[in-house]
Design a protein around this ligand. Structure first.
Ligand SMILES: [Zn+2]
Length: 240
């Protein structure tokens, strides 16, 4: 067990971390890591279409429902969630949000950070959050930013899979074997009832990445996978 280690996920909307990184969250939580998810919005405008079809729906009800769904999913996966409630579609990142994120990095001191792809022509919030997650990381590394609090090291940044990878110029460079925690990830999907149409879609994605992971590694037992793109080079003294 690695009780003192932390991983962080920076998610634009309240469900992104479930579809795109739920396996990583469950895997590391099962290893004894603290996993902290930061949801910058609830996805209340752009990713809650099913709720908006209900009569008498209000913004506050949508946000409360999405918050509850995300908390239930995070509990299944083993993460804690911070909601920043910045609003979505459009999302805008003010300097104080960067300072808030930098403060969270310094509080939790993650070994690695998972966030969105650099591009996404279908979703402007996702690359904005990817940019903010990386800019805040660099602020948290800056000795002149709040000098009384120790700077962070160089946590790796991994970009999780967007909905349509080819259009986002995103390439899978790391396959994470999530077979042991797949049941947890799918149980977390079921908490996201506002986006029921995505449950089977992301099961197919996991099966596809699992097959590719097995083929690239000889891990014959690997059935479910999550794929990530690296930002920074791997540093090693052995080729693997
Ligand atoms: Zn999203």
């Amino acid at each position: 067990m690695a009780e003192n280690k932390t991983a962080m996920v920076v998610s634009a909307h309240s469900a992104d971390f479930v579809w795109r990184a739920g396996g990583a969250v469950a895997l590391y939580a099962a290893r004894g890591w603290k996993v902290v998810v930061v949801c910058l919005s609830f996805g209340e405008r752009g990713e809650s279409a099913k709720l908006w079809r209900e009569s008498g729906m209000t913004m506050e009800k949508v946000k409360a429902t999405r918050r509850e769904e995300a908390l239930c999913a995070a509990e299944i996966l083993g993460a804690e969630v911070n909601f920043l409630d910045l609003g979505d579609y459009p999302m805008r990142i003010r300097d104080e949000v960067l300072y808030k994120l930098a403060g969270l990095y310094r509080d939790f001191r993650p070994e690695f950070i998972l966030t969105h792809s650099l591009k996404d022509p279908y979703n402007f919030d996702h690359p904005i959050v990817s940019h903010a997650a990386q800019e805040a990381r660099i602020i948290a590394q800056a000795h002149g930013h709040e000098p009384s609090i120790p700077v962070i090291g160089a946590p790796g940044v991994f970009l999780f899979e967007p909905h349509q990878p080819e259009q986002c110029e995103w390439k899978p460079q790391v396959f994470l074997d999530i077979t042991p925690v797949w049941e947890k990830k799918f149980a977390a999907f079921k908490m996201m009832s506002a986006q029921e149409h995505l449950w089977n879609y992301y099961e197919r994605v996991a099966l596809q990445r699992g097959t590719q992971g097995a083929r690239n590694s000889g891990r014959s037992h690997m059935k479910y996978g999550e794929a990530y793109q690296r930002i920074f080079p791997q540093v090693t003294d052995v080729f693997e």
